[in-house]
Design a binder for this molecule. Structure first.
Ligand SMILES: [Zn+2]
Length: 235
């Protein structure tokens, strides 16, 4: 009776596993003269699974560690199935025999695990997407509040670009999370510089960053001043 509890520990002086051997050649049961694909070795000779009282067990091939662990745990009686490898000259583990109910139970548990993991993944993805959308809408609104004459699509584009998750841009800095006005201003200025001035072109032509910034500064300031004007749209 102690065998079962000790089995669960996976170490120590537990009883050896029951071993069932996959037959490689024809054989006859020492008790009933029957045969089969699996046999056990008894003092009297090979026994078929019926005579060995193991024929109520079902075979679970190795390969799914979680399923095997669960099935073994749920099964009152288990046996290891081995097969002799002529090439390697040793017995190799093929799988286990477990009670059918235990295998059912283990399969259900594994499926439930998988389903709940999948549901959790979906929930997390939705939450992230919602958070991103909320943040972008909020950022767009804030940009339009500070720059009432900024075109709507430009505000949306700036918000999308600067406040994208994982972009590592200013919008996601500590200040960006609560939409610090400075972060907004920086995002707007950067967007104007790249889109409304030849800044990128200057950079591509080898003009240094600071020099290029200095050259386009008047244009940037002009656009920003225009965007800051009260909007006709707001009415
Ligand atoms: Zn037999």
């Amino acid at each position: 009776m102690t065998t079962k509890t000790e089995k669960g520990t996976g170490r120590g002086d537990k009883a050896p596993d029951l071993v069932v051997v996959a037959a490689l050649k024809s054989w006859a049961c020492a008790e009933c003269s029957g045969t089969g694909s699996l046999l056990t070795m008894d003092d009297a000779g090979p026994l078929c699974l019926s005579c060995a009282d193991l024929d109520h067990l079902v075979y679970l091939p190795a390969g799914d560690a979680a399923l095997t662990r669960r099935a073994k745990k749920a099964s009152g009686l288990t046996a290891v199935v081995v097969r002799f490898s002529r090439a390697r000259r040793r017995y190799e583990r093929q799988g286990i025999l477990v009670e059918a109910d235990a295998l059912d139970q283990a399969e259900r548990a594994c499926l439930a695990d998988e389903a709940s993991r999948e549901r959790r993944r979906l929930r997390e993805r939705e939450r992230r997407a919602e958070g991103d959308t909320r943040l972008r809408v909020r950022a767009t609104t804030e940009i339009l509040r500070h720059y009432p004459s900024c075109p709507q699509d430009r505000a949306e584009e700036i918000a999308r670009h600067a406040f994208a998750r994982g972009s590592g841009r200013i919008g996601r800095s500590a200040a960006g999370r609560d939409l610090d006005p400075t972060a907004l201003d920086l995002a707007v200025t950067a967007a104007v510089r790249h889109v409304d001035t030849p800044y990128d072109e200057l950079m591509m032509n080898g003009v240094g960053r600071l020099e290029a910034r200095a050259r386009v500064r008047p244009e940037v300031e002009q656009v920003i001043a225009r965007w800051r004007e009260p909007s006709a749209r707001a009415g």
